[in-house]
Design a protein around this ligand. Structure first.
Ligand code: PMV
Length: 340
């Protein structure tokens, strides 16, 4: 069999994508940075065949993931005319817990999309420019999981049309075309794992509830404003606005879940205890650190590289007691996927 391998990272959204329409199109622009340590490595094997698809996830065959991969691949066959004449074997390995709110679908789907785009180039013999290749991979990744569209690029990335970014698109993500202040370039993210369990309500179900959410209109307008304000804060190196917006987005995401119909709660008691500790520490120390949350109970603690020693002491003394098995992942802004 022929083989292609890509390693692709997860990302953490600062402005959240929550709510979609049409074919996986976002209801508001989102902005994230790509992580470095939380990765999926996907090996894609192919040979001539009849469209059979097998998938191993972390070395095991899981019906839920295989069914999702089959649905996904059949949904994108218009992009890859040769797919139906191939047998595919996908081997995906994650180095962090899946379905626990660390956007594992972002790394999984982006690595698979990159493999499919590389395979298509090999089979067709038609090589795209670097820009076209990543744009296509982002679009294909988006069709598997919206947040995955952003993971094909390193650094700070946006996805979704914003009146502040002329080239922005709902179809694919792009690296932020603005110069991010150097104090944010090496931003650190320590992911405090409060709970490693599979979350009770999937993001897919959560997005769906936004289509009849009583606050949907206000949310999408606010996300646009937060997006614009965060761009400015990132450019200027403005910590206080960065912290204000990022934390408002985190709590806003979870308040949308709570006020959905039916409402639901993914936060745990220990998530809230960590948030209170972070606020108290910031007030006392004046260290510009803050938190964000993904669709789960785990807390992403964001801070500057220069404050790492002080924050590490805070984490070990005050936060690790709330983490499951004292588990945390030290991560930071990464450079994006790698073809292996
Ligand atoms: O990519 P999805 O469809 O799993 O949605 C994830 C949405 C959030 O992770 C909660 C926010 C985001 O923008 O990544």
């Amino acid at each position: 069999m022929n083989k292609i391998t890509w390693q692709s990272p997860s990302n953490i959204a600062l402005i959240k994508y929550w709510g979609k329409h049409g074919v996986q199109l976002p209801s508001n622009p989102s902005l994230s940075f790509t992580l470095n340590e939380c990765n999926t490595i996907t090996e894609l094997f192919w040979k001539e065949g009849d469209g059979n698809i097998e998938l191993l996830f972390n070395g095991e065959s899981k019906e839920r993931f295989t069914a999702r991969a089959r649905d996904y691949i059949s949904s994108i066959d218009s992009y890859f005319p040769n797919l139906k004449k191939l047998d595919l074997h996908i081997d995906s390995i994650n180095n962090f817990p899946h379905s626990a709110g660390i956007a594992s679908s972002a790394s999984a789907m982006s690595s698979l999309a990159l493999c499919l785009c590389s395979m298509d180039e090999e089979i067709s013999g038609k090589k795209l420019s670097k820009e076209e290749f990543y744009r296509k991979a982002s679009e294909i990744a988006r069709l598997g999981s919206g947040s995955a569209a952003r993971s094909v690029y390193g650094g700070f990335v946006s996805w979704g049309i914003s009146d502040k970014l002329a080239e922005s698109s709902d179809e694919y993500a792009s690296p932020l075309p603005i110069k991010v202040h150097k104090s944010f370039e090496d931003m650190r993210d320590t992911i405090l794992i409060v709970d490693q369990g599979i979350k009770a309500v999937s993001s897919r179900a959560g997005h769906k509830l936004m289509s009849r959410h009583p606050y949907a209109k206000q949310r999408f307008a606010l996300a646009n404003k937060n997006f614009r304000d965060l761009l400015r804060a990132l450019q200027k190196g403005d910590n206080s606005n960065f912290i204000r917006i990022v934390e408002a987005e985190a709590l806003g995401l979870h308040s949308l879940m709570m006020s959905s119909s039916p409402g639901y709660i993914l936060l745990k008691a220990d998530t809230l205890k960590i948030i209170h500790r972070i606020r108290a520490f910031r007030e006392l120390s004046c260290t510009p650190l803050c938190y964000t949350l993904d669709a789960g109970p785990n807390v992403h603690l964001l801070y500057h590289d220069k404050d790492s020693a002080e924050v590490e002491e805070f984490i070990t003394q005050e936060l690790l007691l709330y983490c499951s098995d004292k588990y945390r992942i030290n991560d930071h802004v990464g450079n994006g996927p790698i073809k292996l």
